[in-house]
Design a binder for this molecule. Structure first.
Ligand code: NAP
Length: 281
């Protein structure tokens, strides 16, 4: 068997063009503020990508590139000002923050109705109890991709490798919502291979290149590789050994070009949703 490759890039372009269509119909444009502290090159690349996406979708964006030595108070003051601005619907603080800043306090300061990353405990709670609200971008992008390829998680066994607050845990919640039976694995999981072999849908989000080998996959499994790693040659890769997996899986996401573009597209959807919360449509 050779798997169908799920094209995250093409789907992300479709989602963004849908967002653009909606934005064009609004008299007040959605607005996103992106805060970058310090000069981490990877964070700079992500922020540039988000600004480009906003421009593509017709969303107004503002970037705050702050020096690494900024104080907690100064950062909180900026968030306070952005919280109060009507033209700014979403506020995103690019993580990680420099060590001297209290990340949790910073994320708590963002008004929940402007929390387009869905990191605020209020929004995490809404997700947990199945209420409407923001959806975390990466797990939501995974669900959208499954939907696009008519993969219904109901009744399927979904195994998620990774339990971070950003990916693994919210992914489990979204899979549960869609009636999958969910197993979440981590570094203390006793037999990772045995767990993975039970997966109809495998979501790999460990951040370990080569962790999921072909013999850990059930024949016909649907494989979603969230991870973004660099292999020994310095090339981008996921957690899954792609060449082996593509022969066993029924569906698979590539890295790059799979979940990554979908994450960015979902941020645009969340910004549009924030504008709805603020009465712009
Ligand atoms: P993280 O916070 O480092 O969490 C990694 C999780 O994987 C942890 O729960 C860890 O278990 C588990 N894990 C690590 N090694 C493992 C192993 N050998 N066996 C089983 N479980 C293992 O990372 P994250 O922020 O969730 O990100 C995960 C990956 O996704 C990274 O590669 C990141 O770059 C990528 N990512 C991609 C996107 C995208 O848009 N495509 C978005 C976000 C993240 P413990 O809890 O026991 O430590």
């Amino acid at each position: 068997m050779s798997a169908t490759v799920m094209d995250g890039k093409a789907l992300a372009a479709k989602v963004k063009s849908e967002v653009r269509c909606k934005v064009e119909s609004l008299s007040k444009k959605p607005g996103l503020a992106v805060i970058l502290v310090g000069d981490d090159p990877a964070s700079r690349v992500y922020v540039n990508g988000k600004k480009r996406d906003c421009a593509e979708c017709g969303i107004y964006s503002e970037e705050y590139a702050l020096p690494a030595e900024i104080s907690q108070e100064e950062l909180l003051d900026l968030i306070d000002v952005l919280n109060g601005r009507e033209d700014i619907d979403g506020i995103l603080v690019q993580l990680p923050l420099p060590k001297h800043l209290d990340e949790r306090q910073v994320l708590l300061a963002i008004r929940p109705d402007k929390d387009v990353d869905c990191f605020h405990p209020f929004n995490v709670g809404q997700l947990m109890i199945g209420e409407d609200g923001f959806l975390p971008c990466t797990p939501a992008g995974v669900m959208r991709m499954l939907d696009e390829y008519s993969i219904d998680p109901a009744g399927k066994h979904c195994v998620i490798v990774g339990r971070s607050n950003i990916v693994g845990k919210p992914q489990a919640m979204l899979m549960l919502r869609k009636n999958a039976t969910v197993t979440v694995c981590h570094t203390k999981t006793a037999d990772l291979k045995a767990e993975c072999l039970r997966a109809d849908i495998l979501v790999a989000a460990a951040g370990r290149a080569g962790l999921i080998t072909g013999d850990m996959l059930k024949e016909g499994a649907m494989v979603v590789d969230v991870a973004i790693n660099r292999n020994e040659q310095g090339r981008l890769c996921g957690d899954v050994v792609y060449e082996a997996a593509v022969e066993r899986a029924s569906f698979i996401t590539p890295v790059p070009g799979g979940v990554g573009p979908m994450t960015r597209a979902m941020l645009m959807e969340n910004t549009l949703y924030a504008a709805k919360l603020h009465g712009k449509w």
